[in-house]
Design a protein around this ligand. Structure first.
Ligand SMILES: CC(C)(COP(=O)(O)OP(=O)(O)OC[C@H]1O[C@@H](n2cnc3c(N)ncnc32)[C@H](O)[C@@H]1OP(=O)(O)O)[C@@H](O)C(=O)NCCC(=O)NCCS
Length: 166
């Protein structure tokens, strides 16, 4: 669903347990998440609780990667206390986001960029059918990233816990 001011304020308090602190959002500017050009959407449960967010667009890119228009970048995160539970919540969250993005934005393919150290995220995107296509060093700190692609047709079978809403 569309991300509200309340969602953005919540997201801007999130801190992740080690070694995932690089994804901390505490202190970020809520306006960044609300700007339509940045392509953020909220993932909520049946009671409206914010479970995470997904982005579609340049926020999912990392400086140093070679990106073209053949695929739509997608990124995002679960709220910190829901991560690492080994219950497949991240997989369902990403699948829900893909179904939503496919309906709403009609890309040919989706692209994700995953940090080398983040084996957990890599495991999840590969389980969804994303295929590794390239790797690069970030221009910011030379850390390594991997790029994965999934054709929109391939994700038509994927479904999350709730139907995508707009
Ligand atoms: C990345 C993310 C979507 C993963 O979802 P999750 O629900 O936390 O992941 P899970 O706990 O289900 O773990 C996924 C898999 O990785 C495995 N895993 C977890 N930590 C691992 C580690 N350190 N090394 C190897 N495998 C690991 C789990 O055992 C599980 O395997 P399985 O699918 O075979 O059961 C979620 O943690 C998230 O949104 N994090 C926000 C920060 C972030 O990493 N952002 C980057 C996104 S690209």
């Amino acid at each position: 669903m569309n991300l509200t001011e309340r969602h953005a304020a919540d997201i801007c308090t999130w801190r992740y347990p080690a070694p995932y602190q690089c994804y901390d959002l505490a202190g970020a500017d809520p306006a960044y998440f609300l700007a339509p050009a940045n392509g953020f959407f909220a993932l909520v449960d049946d009671e409206g609780k914010l479970l995470g967010y997904r982005s579609f667009g340049p926020d999912g890119q990392v400086p140093g990667g070679a990106y073209d228009d053949a695929a739509l970048d997608t990124g995002g995160g679960l709220r910190p206390e829901l991560t690492g539970l080994g219950r497949g919540l991240g997989r369902r969250a990403i699948a829900t986001g893909l179904a939503f993005g496919r309906e709403r934005l009609r890309p040919t393919a989706f692209r994700v960029t995953v940090a080398d150290f983040n084996v957990r995220a890599r495991q999840v995107v590969e389980s969804l059918g994303f295929v590794h296509v390239s790797s690069f060093a970030a221009t910011t700190d030379s850390s390594r990233f991997h790029v994965f692609l999934l054709s929109a047709a391939s994700c038509s079978q994927l479904r999350g816990p709730t139907s995508p809403t707009s």
